[in-house]
Design a protein around this ligand. Structure first.
Ligand SMILES: [Fe+2]
Ligand SMILES: [Fe+2]
Length: 192
């Protein structure tokens, strides 16, 4: 489960598979926000070539994922509606410390945890017999990519901070994430 401390509630997949159109719309927004977030890191940390290079790769991959999900939305005649927001990501992001000393560490580790949870949810979708097989296959193909993003963010953090600092902050943030996940309402969104 990568760094995650608890699995998603079993109710989530029931809600997700009963409302697969909502999942796809929210998923498209998640991919778009993941690309935007990587651009944002380039905007704020242009002085670090390792970070810029990795974010160039992530922007490309996340944008490709957006295109893939959007193609399914069009094929299936699903109404693509406005982003309703992601309270899970917002709650987790509140734990990013403002001081310059730790801000980059927290930004990278919060991103890594969001990637890990997305990966877990894609894995659940890829095994659900309640959704069409083409979607199961689609979610299986995305798994490896999102797991790779988790590793990219953790490895980048280790380029700027000592391994022990990264490890202990990742554990702290993962514990906070587990509490957030316990209080989710199992809505039909990727992080619902
Ligand atoms: Fe993605
Ligand atoms: Fe990702």
């Amino acid at each position: 489960m990568l760094c995650l401390q608890i699995p998603s509630h079993p109710e989530w997949i029931i809600s997700a598979s009963n409302n697969i159109h909502s999942i796809l719309v929210d998923h498209a927004h998640c991919e778009k926000k993941a690309a935007a977030n990587a651009l944002h890191l380039i905007q704020n940390y242009p002085q670090y070539p390792e970070l810029v290079q990795e974010m160039i790769a992530i922007v490309k991959e996340e944008w490709e994922h957006f295109e893939q999900v959007y193609a399914i939305i069009l094929e299936q005649n699903i109404q693509f509606t406005k982003d309703t927001g992601d309270s899970y990501a917002q709650q987790l992001s509140k734990n990013i410390r403002k001081s310059e000393e730790f801000k980059l560490l927290d930004l990278l580790l919060v991103d890594s945890i969001i990637e890990a949870r997305s990966c877990e949810r894609f894995s659940i979708l890829s095994k659900s017999m309640s959704i069409p097989s083409y979607l199961r296959d689609f979610y299986s193909t995305l798994l490896a990519s999102e797991a790779g993003h988790y590793v990219t963010f953790v490895d980048l953090a280790k380029k700027f901070y000592p391994d022990e600092t990264v490890k202990s902050r990742l554990q702290q943030l993962a514990a906070i994430e587990a509490k957030i996940v316990q209080q989710l309402h199992n809505l039909p969104t990727i992080h619902g």
